[in-house]
Structure formats: C-alpha cells, structure tokens
Design a protein. Structure first.
Length: 218
C-alpha cells in the first residue's frame, strides 16, 4: 500500500513540474552547450516517462540541437531508460498482482496474454517499431504480465531504435533541408508496412502451431 502511494505521489509531482516547466526545458535544450549531454538525457528520460508533450517533438528538438546521430543516441537512451523505469515502478510498485488477475480473468485477455508471454521478445521488439501504438500501453501491459525483466529491456531497447532515429533525423532535417523530410517519411512508412505485415504473418503462424499442439491426436 505504501509503495503504491509513494509511486503515485512521486509521479504526480514530476508531472506537475513538467507541465509548468517543459517549455523552459526545451528552450534550454535548444540553446545549451553540447557538453551538457547528460542533463539533456535526463530531461529526455523525464519527458518520455511523463509525456506531457509528444515525445517525437522532444526528439526533434534534440535532433536539431545535437545532430541526427548524437541526437538519436540521446533520445534513444532517454526513451529506453524511461520505459525500464516505468516497467519497474509497475512491476515492483505493488501493481503486478492486480494486473495478473485482470489478465487471466477473461478468456480473451488470457489468450492474448499467454500468446504475448510465450513470444515476449519478438512481440515487444516489433510493437516498439510501430509508433502509433502508445509506449505507455506496451510498458504497462508488459509490466503487468509475467514477461521477464531482461527480455523486456532488450526487446524494448532494440525496438525503439528505428523510431528514435527517425525523430532525431526529422529534427535535424527540418533545420537543414526540409525537402528531405518527405523522402524520410515515405521510406519509414514502407518500413513500417513491411514490419507490420511480417508481424501479422508471424502471429498467424504462431496461432496455427498453438492450435495444432492443442488438437488431440486420434
């Protein structure tokens, strides 16, 4: 009970602070010396953990200030650390048992959860590559399931690389050559289509194998 209260209170205080000071923080990121990369990474982590503004905007600002490669490393680090912190707060903050009960209570969620847990690394990695799926949903669902911490951390970190790189390149391109932004969006859209199609086929194959395994032999 105390752990839940501490987690909730701390989260509320940080969110309030970011609501009032996020514009000042972004302005500082745009105009600071590049040797302040550690503080920028901390800011990126907080803004990913508590997205009072869209994280792609944060990534674009950092990409414009630090360049595509260096900026991508910073926002990837911030986003990955934030997802691990969020996972840990849910998993070890007293919410895990409640989530397990909810997941296994209904037939539909039980089937989905078991499928997710059996293929956790691949599922998390691919879901991370699809930016339209809110990160907080993936974080919470994984934390409330029985996915092991290391599998979550590796899959999450790997899956974030394409999106975080895109955010940094978008910010840099807007400043240097906005026309290239169109090509980047088209290339990334094709990439997402391929990833999503492959994921659907992979899930279908897994489900078919599961059905065959459960079918009693005559």
């Amino acid at each position: 009970m105390y752990r839940k209260g501490f987690v909730l209170l701390g989260s509320v205080l940080v969110v309030i602070g970011l609501i009032f000071y996020h514009e000042s923080l972004l302005h500082w990121v745009q105009n600071n010396d590049q040797d302040q990369w550690f503080l920028v990474t901390v800011i990126a982590t907080l803004m990913s953990l508590f997205p009072v503004i869209p994280y792609p905007l944060v990534g674009s600002v950092i990409g414009a200030a630090y360049g595509p490669a260096y900026g991508a490393v910073i926002i990837w680090t911030g986003s990955t650390v934030a997802s691990i912190i969020f996972f840990s707060l849910i998993r070890y903050g007293g919410f895990h048992k409640l989530g397990t009960k909810v997941h296994l209570k209904y037939a539909a969620t039980k089937k989905l959860t078991l499928l997710f847990e059996q293929n956790a690394f691949m599922s998390i990695t691919i879901l991370r590559m699809i930016p339209v799926i809110p990160s907080i949903i993936i974080n919470a669902y994984a934390a409330l399931s029985r996915v092991r911490f290391m599998i979550y951390a590796l899959g999450s970190g790997l899956g974030k690389i394409p999106a975080m790189t895109l955010f940094a390149f978008v910010g840099h391109t807007i400043v240097t050559d906005p026309i290239e932004l169109i090509y980047m969006i088209v290339i990334y859209a094709v990439f997402l289509t391929i990833v999503y199609s492959g994921y659907k086929l992979w899930l279908k194959n897994i489900e078919q194998k599961t059905i065959v395994a459960k079918t009693p032999r005559s």
